[in-house]
Design a protein around this ligand. Structure first.
Ligand code: NAP
Ligand code: G4F
Length: 384
C-alpha cells in the first residue's frame, strides 16, 4: 500500500511539530513548509530530521512562505499531497496590532493562495485541506459557550484575518466541491508553546522564580478567561477532521474556562508555592504566602528551599499596562459536542495535567540551559 502524503505549513511551530510526529507515526510521508531564517528555527522538529542522503525519508522540508503564491503552487504541485494542514500563521494576537498588514497577508491571503493552488493544479478531488481557524473568531462573544453556529465578532487584526481564512475555506468547499474544513480550535498549549503566549510565559517565569533566577513576573489582563487544552490532544482532532467522508467545520475545546489569575495560581501550586492576590487593576499583585515544602522538594529540589523560605511575603507577580491589548477577548469557552459525537474526539489531558507537563519541562529546561541562566530571558522584555 502506498504511503499517504501530507503537507504541513507551519511545521516549525507548536502544532506543526506535534502533528508531523503524529502523522509520521501513522505511516505518512510528511512534507513541511519552512521559512528561511538567519538562525536555525527547527528546534521543535529536530528529533524528526532525516539527512537528505537517507533512503526512504519520512520528513522532507521545503523553503517557503505563505506570502509567496508561486512557491506554494510549486511545492504543492511537486509533492501532490493527499492532505494539506495549513497551520502557518502570524499567530500572536497582540503582535497583530503592530503588524496588521503582514498578518492579513499571511493569515488571510495565505489561505487563499493554498486553496487556489490546489484548484489550479487540478488537485481539487485529490487533496483535502485543513484550515487552522480559531476561537479568536468569537472575540466579543455572542453566545456562551461558543459552538459552530455562534456568530463571529473578531477583536484583533489577527482574528479579522483568520475570519477571511475561515470563510474562503467554506467558499471553496461550496463553490468547487473541495474537501476543505475548518478546525475552530480553542487555546491549546504544551511545553512546545511559544514563549510569549501567556501559559508558557507563566510556566517559564515560575520555574525561574523557584530556582532563584528571577524575582518577579509582570503580566497583562489577569481577568481574561480561556478554554485551555493540550496541543497533543488537538492535533488528533485535525487529523480526524480530514478522515471524514464529508468536509465540515468543528469546534475543538475542553468546555472549561479559567482566568489567567487562576492559571498562575495553579502553576505555582503545582510545585508547592502558595500565592495570594491582592489589589485591583494595575495595582494587583500576588505575594508568596506559603510553601508546601514536601511538594516543593519533590518537584524542584531541596537546594532551592531555603532561599524560597526567605521570600515569604514578597511580591512574585505584578501588572504592567503594556501587556494589555487595544481590544480584548474577555471570555472563551467552547462547546465541542459536534466533534465529540462525529469524530469521537475527547481530550486526554486536564488543565492540571497540562500544567504539570509544562512546569516539569520548564524546570528541567531552566536548570540545564546556560543561555537562559545568563539572561536569555530578556527576550521576554518585549510587551507581547
Ligand atoms: P506557532 O507556534 O506560532 O507556529 C506558527 C507557524 O507558522 C511557525 O512554523 C511559523 O514559522 C509559521 N509561519 C508564520 N508565518 C509564516 C509565513 N508567512 N509563511 C510560512 N510559515 C509561517 O502557532 P501554533 O500555536 O502552532 O498554531 C498553529 C496554527 O493554529 C496557527 O495558524 C494559529 O493561528 C492557529 N491556532 C492556534 C491556536 C493555539 O492555541 N495554539 C488556537 C487556534 C488556532 P517560524 O517558526 O518560522 O516562525
Ligand atoms: O496566550 P495568549 O497570548 O493567547 P490568545 O490571545 O488567546 O491567542 C492564542 O489563542 C488563540 C485561540 O483562541 C489562537 F488563535 C492564537 O493564535 C493564540 O495561539 O493570551 C491569552 C490571554 C489574553 O486575554 C491576554 O490578554 O492572556 C492575557 N494575558 C495576560 N497577561 C497575556 C498576558 N497574554 C500574553 N501573551 N502575555 C501576558 O503577559
Amino acid at each position: 500500500m502506498s504511503k499517504k502524503v501530507a503537507l504541513i505549513t507551519g511545521i516549525t511551530g507548536q502544532d506543526g511539530a506535534y502533528l508531523a510526529e503524529y502523522l509520521i507515526r501513522k505511516g505518512y510521508i510528511v512534507h513541511g513548509l519552512k521559512r528561511r531564517s538567519s538562525l536555525f528555527n527547527t528546534e521543535r522538529i529536530d528529533h524528526l530530521y532525516q539527512d537528505p542522503h537517507e533512503q526512504d525519508r519520512r520528513l522532507i522540508l521545503h523553503y517557503g512562505d505563505l506570502t509567496d503564491s508561486l512557491n506554494l503552487t510549486r511545492i504543492i504541485g511537486e509533492t501532490q499531497p493527499e492532505e494539506i494542514y495549513n497551520l502557518a500563521a502570524m499567530s500572536h494576537v497582540k503582535v497583530s496590532f503592530d503588524t496588521p498588514e503582514y498578518t492579513a497577508n499571511a493569515d488571510a491571503l495565505g489561505v487563499l493562495r493554498i486553496l487556489e493552488a490546489v484548484r489550479l493544479l487540478k488537485l481539487t478531488h485529490k487533496t483535502r485541506i485543513y484550515q487552522a481557524s480559531t476561537s479568536e473568531l468569537y472575540g466579543l462573544v455572542q453566545e456562551v459557550p461558543q459552538k459552530e453556529t455562534t456568530p463571529f465578532y473578531p477583536r484583533s487584526p489577527y482574528a479579522v484575518a483568520k475570519l477571511y481564512g475561515y470563510w474562503i475555506t467554506v467558499n471553496y468547499r461550496e463553490a468547487y466541491g473541495m474537501h476543505a474544513s475548518n478546525g475552530i480550535l480553542f487555546n491549546h498549549e504544551s511545553p512546545l508553546r511559544g514563549e510569549t503566549f501567556v501559559t508558557r510565559k507563566v510556566t517559564r517565569a515560575i520555574a525561574r522564580i523557584a530556582l532563584g533566577m528571577q524575582e518577579k513576573v509582570y503580566m497583562g489582563n489577569l481577568s481574561a478567561r480561556r478554554d485551555w487544552g493540550h496541543a497533543k490532544d488537538y492535533i488528533r482532532a485535525m487529523h480526524a477532521i480530514l478522515q471524514q467522508d464529508e468536509p465540515s467545520d468543528y469546534v475543538i475545546a475542553t468546555g472549561i474556562t479559567t482566568t489567567i489569575r487562576d492559571f498562575i495560581r495553579m502553576s505555582f501550586g503545582e510545585i508547592g508555592i502558595g500565592i495570594e492576590f491582592r489589589g485591583e487593576g494595575m495595582e494587583e499583585t500576588a505575594r508568596l504566602s506559603s510553601v508546601d515544602e514536601a511538594r516543593f522538594v519533590r518537584k524542584v529540589g531541596d537546594n532551592y528551599l531555603e532561599a524560597l523560605r526567605k521570600r515569604i511575603g514578597q511580591e512574585l507577580v505584578g501588572v504592567d499596562v503594556n501587556y494589555f491589548r487595544p481590544a480584548e477577548v474577555d471570555l472563551l469557552i467552547g462547546d465541542s459536542t459536534k466533534a465529540r459525537s462525529r469524530l469521537g474526539w475527547e481530550p486526554e489531558y486536564t488543565l492540571e495535567s497540562l500544567i504539570e507537563d509544562m512546569m516539569h519541562h520548564d524546570l528541567k529546561l531552566m536548570k540545564k540551559d546556560s543561555y537562559l541562566q545568563r539572561g536569555g530571558y530578556k527576550i521576554l522584555n518585549y510587551f507581547e
